[in-house]
Design a protein around this ligand. Structure first.
Ligand code: PBG
Length: 345
């Protein structure tokens, strides 16, 4: 008699012959390791740094617990720490005081600015051991905090797309002069990759590459970054240049355009809410893909861990693996150094 309250009375034989038992390959840690499909290496990670003018400075960033803004000299010590952990790639952001900002964002191309200074020093100290990326965008340099230059139009104040390109190119050229390996335009102006490529080539910097923030959404997850870089727009938002979160076909279009214009690597940003985009872009290009695990995504895990809601080590590892699994070759991660140091990955 089959008694549903008593499993002992159920028939013992499986109703069908199980030819596949996926659990077999999960039976030991060694076996799981041997069949793992996705691996993280320190060289997969790009570590972002916020560099500000001055000397001997290390200023905690309130919105990004555990992270600091550095002056060029203290940044150098952090770069050394990264290299010791096996990281090769660093991404530099400049942070300027309001006194250095104007409507055109001229400080972006200042050879004595914190980023060119940090580039020169890092290149001198580490030679070819390090891969130096720089963010190219005007938002940390303009008095209004927008990523490009503004103009008056009959429809009101608007971004002057084509005028912005010149300022961006001046910034990229300065970074190339100071020793950047790759410049990473994050402004989302149309045509900037082609414009930068031409400017770099004409100046003789044919070997300096471009990592394009090809697919950059107008995301709520940039909040802590704008605090870190002091780059929040003073009015309006970035919706006329960053992408609408509802669009996926448009992401493929942006990526294809940037590839045609000469991008060497393509980025999807943010990462976690856009893994579908990464997965769709992967078969659509032969270029390496970079995912930016952005400031809000970092802050979210920190807050979750702080609240006791999740185990940070496991959550960080799972997050980074998921981004790679979705199709990223490289991941820009604020967690990189802590995760490597504490052997979370
Ligand atoms: C500059 C820039 C931003 C980020 C990278 N480059 C901010 C923005 O677009 O508002 C965000 C990175 C992050 O949130 O970690 N335009």
């Amino acid at each position: 008699m089959l008694d549903l309250k008593n499993p002992e009375t159920l028939p013992v034989d499986a109703p069908v012959q199980l030819t596949q038992r996926p659990r077999r390959l999960r039976s030991s840690a060694a076996l799981r390791e041997s069949v793992a499909e996705t691996h993280l290496r320190p060289t997969d990670l790009i570590v972002p740094f916020f560099v500000m003018p001055g000397q001997g400075l290390s200023e905690p960033i309130a919105a990004l617990p555990g992270l600091h803004r550095y002056s060029p000299d203290t940044f150098l010590r952090q770069a050394e720490r990264a290299l010791e952990l096996g990281v090769r790639s660093l991404l530099l952001f400049g942070v300027l005081p309001d006194t250095h900002k104007d409507p055109l964002g001229k400080s972006a191309a200042d050879p004595e600015g914190p980023v060119p200074q940090a580039l020169r020093e890092a290149r001198k100290a580490f030679g070819e051991e390090v891969v130096l990326y720089t963010d190219v965008c005007l938002c940390a340099h303009t008095s209004h905090g927008h990523c490009g230059v503004l103009k008056e139009t009959p429809r009101g104040v608007r971004i002057d797309n084509d005028r912005s390109l010149r300022q961006l190119a001046a910034m990229a050229l300065m970074h190339a002069e100071a020793g950047a390996d790759l410049v990473a335009p994050s402004d989302m102006m149309d045509g900037r990759v082609g414009y930068l490529r031409r400017a770099l080539d004409q100046a003789g910097h044919t070997e300096v590459g471009i990592l394009s923030y090809a697919v950059k959404y107008a995301s709520a997850f940039y909040g802590p970054f704008r605090d870190a870089a002091q780059s929040a727009p003073s009015f309006g938002d970035r919706a006329t240049y960053q992408m609408d979160v509802r669009n996926a076909r448009e992401a493929l279009k942006e990526a294809a355009l940037d590839e045609l214009e000469g991008a060497d690597l393509l980025m999807v940003k943010p990462a976690l809410a856009y893994l579908d985009i990464l997965a769709r872009l992967r078969p659509a290009t032969h270029l390496p893909l970079v995912a930016y695990n952005v400031s809000g995504e970092y802050a979210m895990l920190k807050a979750g861990a702080q609240a006791g809601a999740l185990d940070e080590a496991r959550a960080v590892r799972e997050t980074l693996i998921a981004i790679k699994r979705a199709g990223a070759d490289l991941i820009i991660s604020y967690h990189a150094l802590e995760a490597l140091e504490k052997r979370w990955i």
